[in-house]
Every structure is written in C-alpha cells, then in structure tokens.
Design a protein around this ligand. Sequence first.
Ligand code: PHE
Length: 455
Amino acid sequence: MATAGRGEWSGKLGFILAAAGSAIGLGNIWRFPYTAGENGGGAFVLVYLFFVLVIGIPVVLAELSIGRFAKLNPVGALKKIAPGTKWSWLGGLGVLTGFGILAFYSVVAGWTLSYLWGALTGHASDVTSAEETAAVFNHLIGGSIMPLVLTAIFMALTIFIVRGGVSGGIERATKILMPTLLVVLIIMAIRSMTLDGGSEGIAYLFKPDFSKLSVGVILAALGQALFSLSLGMGAMITYGSYFPDRENLPQAGIIVAFFDTAIAFLAGLIIFPALFSVGVDPNGGPGLVFVILPSIFAQLPAGNLFAVAFYFLLAIAALTSTISLLEVVVSYFVDEKQWDRKKAALWIGLACFGMAVPSALSQGAVGGLTDFLGTGISFLDLQNIIWGNYSLSFGALMLCIFVGWKWGIPAALGSLESSGHRLAVGGFWSILVRYVCPVAVGAILVYIIITQQYF
Ligand code: PHE
C-alpha cells in the first residue's frame, strides 16, 4: 500500500481542472435538464440548489479531507483512518457504485459520439421539426448494433487515458478544453434565451411552483446534486488523494462546486428556452437534450460549426467524468490488490462494458429491457436511479457519519487545513456534516422506504 509513485496534480489549477472535469459532464448537460423537466422545473431547481449548498459542498470537503489525509483509494483510505472496523465497506460500496455509474454513463456518452459524427459530416443543423429530431434520436438509441459500438468506443477511450495515470492523461486533456466548453455554452445560452418564446423557458426554470414538490422530486434533486458533483462514491476521495500538500484544498473544492453548478444552470438556460420556443414537452425524459439541441444549432449562424465544437466538448466533458469513475475502481485494485495499472484499467473497463450491454440495448432493441421487470422504466433509467440517486445518497449519508462521528471534525479539519490555509467556515461545516446532512438525507431515504415510492 505504498503511497510513493502514485503521482500528484501539478498544482492547484491542475486539481481544480481535473476535479471540475470529473464533476462537469453529462450530469450537467444531459441529466440536469431532463430531470428538471421531469420534476416540474423551478421547484426542483430550487431544491437542487439548496442541496448543493447544504449537502454538496460539505460532502465535497468531507471527501477531500479523507483523500488528502490517507492518500489512498476509498477502501484503503477508510481502512487507514479506521483500522480494524467495517468502515472500509463504505469504500467498497463506492467502488461498486463507480462501476455501476460507468456502465450506463458510457452508453449515453456513446450517443454524444454519434451526434459529433453527425455534426462533422454536416448534418447537425438540418432540422425541420422536433418530431423529426426525436425520430432520428429514437432510431439511434433503439438500434442493437450502433449503441454497442458507440459504448465500446467510449469505454476504449476511457481505458486508454486511465492506463496513463493521473497527471499524464487526465490533467493534460482538461486544461484547455474545460474553459472552451464554458465559452461555447455561454454563446449557446444567449442564442437560446433570445429565441421567440424563450422567456417562458427561463420562467419555467426559475419560478418555483411548490405544488410540484413531492418526496420523489426531493430525492431526485438530492441525487442530482450529488451526481453532478461526483459525490457519495469516493471520486473526490480519490482525486483529493493526489492533491499537493502545499495548496489550499478547501478553496479548490468550493471553486469546483461553483463551476459545476454554474454549468448546470447554463445547460438549463440553453435547453428550456429553446424547448418552449419549439413547443416540446419538458417531460421528455433522457432524450430531451438530444432532441432539443439540433433546433438551437439550426438557429445559430454557422450552426454546424458550433455543433461540432459543442459535441466535441461534450464528449470530452463526458470523458473526463468517465475517467474519474474508472479511476476510482482502478486505484482500488492498484493500491489494495497490487494490480498493475495498465492491466487493471483494461480488465475493469472490459468488465464494465459487459455490464453496459443491457443498458445499451434497453432503449428499444430488447423489449424486456425497455420496460424492465414491469417497473415501467428502462434498464438504463433503473441503473441511473439505483446508482445515481440511491447509492450516492446512502454513500453521502454514511460518509458524513464517518467524518462527523467516527474520524472526527478536528482530524478532518486538520487534513483540510494542513497546507496552512484555514477554512473560515469550519464551525458551520461541522454542524452540517454532523447533524444537518445525516438527518436530512436519512429522513428522505426513510420516508421513501416507508411510503414505498421508490421511483
Ligand atoms: N459528475 C459527473 C457528471 O456530472 C458524473 C459522475 C458521478 C462522475 C459520480 C464521477 C462520480 O457528469
């Protein structure tokens, strides 16, 4: 379990970009808009924002404190902090969750490759109607060969970068591309907001209608906040473990949370105005974003060029997230099982592709997977809910209990502040980690179990 030779980020900026790369991805641009649309808009968005502040940021700091202190993967880190206890199981759940998320995320990431191809061949903005773009999308995802090929390509790219290790592969990719993504998104948001009828979309996003709130909406918002910030499964433990000792870690964590949330809002400002402008139902499910985007490119000058830039950057944003998902699992096998990094990346990636097959075939190709076990939702959606909402929420709950009550706030703060930079809100953080997060997340999960409103 030597920590030597694990590598570290080249500096604070390297960490911020890599962690932002993990956080920013399909969660912001694909999952946030469609989940907001499914859950009624404004009220969901408000609860989501509340959870980012009250649960997300405290959990970011909790995970980073563990990672920086232990300099290990989630399982090894909990073992090191609480030796001889069963807490390392929580790390194990995180590793499993990373695997579970990667197995459906890579399918959706594959879809983005097809849209990138469409843009490269000049077809991104030839749209006539929303029905037509929906038909194109359904044809793509409902096939049995293409979704598998695209998932395989995406998994291969992920494996290739994770093989190279942290600072070599992950850091280099994000330095230029993340800021470029931000610029492209801002331009697209401006275009969308100035479309005819666009203001209705802005109102939908920001005017909360509290009659739309239910425990299901609240869990969806909590899951979205955690998913988007890559929390509850140890990704930030793993990334924090590569953070240089001399730099200000809490500040870096908060900057990442800020950018992640800003990008989700930008995505909302791109999708909803356009959606109202072309008259599509916000409750369109996982296909929502893919169906709406072509109509925005059709209305932008040099739309096809924009589409190329956008889909390329979206694929990269997804890739920097899949890298972090695979990295959690790989770092576990490298640190704990002494596997060779290259071998671990390859075999775990292949196994995960195997797990991704039913998700890839669940959008129409195989009927039994489309309405899985009579749940009314597809196998892919079910994975998204199980790993993305339940497992991350439970993981975040337990991590707070671990840091707040087992390891203790003084030790965790000591780790966060070990570079000499103080966390000014340390006392407040302690209250959130010890009381507010466990009670809030615990209450939501218990309420769902009692009322059995699982999806
Ligand atoms: N946060 C990533 C996204 O929004 C997804 C992710 C979740 C990555 C959990 C790592 C861990 O796209």
